[in-house]
Design a protein around this ligand. Structure first.
Ligand code: PMP
Length: 396
């Protein structure tokens, strides 16, 4: 029955991670997969998460089934986190469901687009996170690109992006990263977002925002600028969000899908459609992660503790960018170190070419994702000098 199945192509980021694990080099450095590491090189258990988890354990709750869409409290908290207090006062209506990580939200959104809106295509930025392609193609959508970033100059291709949006057919779905663009780390300014939203409105396009790094760019509120501006318009749109990075709940698989609709009836019907899609795929979401986030966000003290821990993570990445860029500048690198300094979020599109990447890996056991994406939190006080010297060596 199964003999015709050929070996599958491995996921490039996961295979890089495996190669790193097997590398015996004592100074090896993992700057590949998108995980936040602290200054000791560990994935943190956030204090606020730990306290929330302890409280949950003390309650000794049974592990019953949750509602298909997750808890109502969780949905309201997601809406407030993304849209602030404006969510409750807006004339627009949000349908929010809990999902299996941000990836699950993207897949659910893709299924919704296919089955309920008869969409067959989506437009994503060139470049974008590789799994966007896999998820949308896997759901049956053709994936097209719009211009976003010029790797040679390190510049955003803003005018070309606007032109591309202007030429799209009415109702076309465009995937947008509200903050911390993966993989380039290059975000739009607020003025540029306003211009994009104008075109989306003029052309009656359907935005699908994917926010996986809220809090890693300029701040929890600031990173939602594009979402909150779009909520002020009459556009319908989708938002997938993830708690993998900003609550460091990677393995709990926690995220949300929110659909912004024009009326309460429409939102109720959309929620019903999402529940149908969930029920027939995995029935209902896991509960441990959402209970942690519910406890954390419902308690002022814990929420503030979490926000301040997240701010420290953000600051650490910014400081790392400054230190690496300064080291490269002082060493006289030919690399455009300003990109590393100025880009936002976990990643930098460094501009390191394929040959330099392979030299870093062969000679120094330093792992980056092609073409030149560096995950900044992989750097710390123990390996920064080593990585700086290695990059100088391959870029002088
Ligand atoms: N969108 C983007 C842009 C991402 O980078 C990621 C995670 N790498 C996700 C979605 C998915 O997040 P999760 O791990 O919660 O599925």
């Amino acid at each position: 029955m199964f003999n015709h199945i050929k070996p599958s192509a491995p996921d490039p980021i996961m295979s890089l991670m495996e190669a790193y694990m097997q590398d015996p080099h004592p100074k090896k450095v993992n700057l590949g997969i998108g995980l936040y590491y602290d200054h000791q090189g560990n994935i943190p258990l956030m204090r606020a998460v730990h306290i929330a988890e302890q409280r949950l354990l003390e309650q000794q709750r049974p592990h019953t089934y949750p509602p298909i869409e997750g808890s109502a409290l969780f949905a309201r908290q997601v809406q407030t986190l993304l849209f602030g207090e404006a969510a409750a006062q807006s004339a627009r209506h949000l349908a929010t469901v809990q999902t299996v990580g941000g990836s699950g939200a993207l897949k659910l959104g893709a299924d919704f687009l296919c089955h309920y809106l008869s969409r067959r295509e989506i437009w994503v930025s060139d470049p974008t996170w590789a799994n966007h392609w896999a998820i949308f193609e896997g759901a049956g959508l053709r994936v097209n690109t719009y211009p976003y970033f010029d790797n040679a100059s390190g510049e955003l291709r803003f005018d070309a992006m606007l032109d591309a949006f202007s030429a799209l057919p009415e109702g076309a779905v465009v995937l947008l990263h509200p903050c911390c663009h993966n993989p380039t780390g290059t975000d739009l300014s607020q003025a540029q977002w306003r211009a994009v939203i104008d075109v989306l409105q003029r052309r009656r396009l359907l935005p699908f925002f994917d926010i996986a790094y809220q809090g890693f760019g300029d701040g929890l509120e600031e990173d939602c600028f594009a979402l909150r501006e779009t909520l002020k318009t009459d556009l319908d749109f989708l938002v997938s969000n993830s708690f993998s990075k900003n609550v460091a709940l990677y393995g709990q698989r926690l995220g949300g899908l929110s659909v912004c609709c024009g009326s309460a009836d429409s939102a109720a019907n959309v929620k019903g459609a999402l529940k149908t899609l969930i029920r027939r795929s995995y029935s209902c979401p896991p509960t441990h992660g959402s209970q942690i986030v519910e406890a954390l966000l419902a308690d002022d003290h814990l929420r503030q503790l979490w926000a301040s821990e997240l701010a420290s993570m953000r600051q650490r990445i910014k400081q790392t960018r400054v230190s690496l860029a300064a080291g490269l500048e002082q060493g006289g690198t030919t690399l455009d170190y300003r990109r590393i300094r100025d880009q936002k979020g976990m990643f930098s599109y460094t501009g390191l070419n394929e040959q330099q990447l392979s030299q870093l890996r062969q000679q120094y056991s330093i792992y980056l994702v092609a073409p030149g994406r560096m995950c900044l939190p992989g750097l710390n006080q123990h390996n920064l000098d080593y990585v700086t010297a290695a990059i100088l060596d391959v870029t002088l």
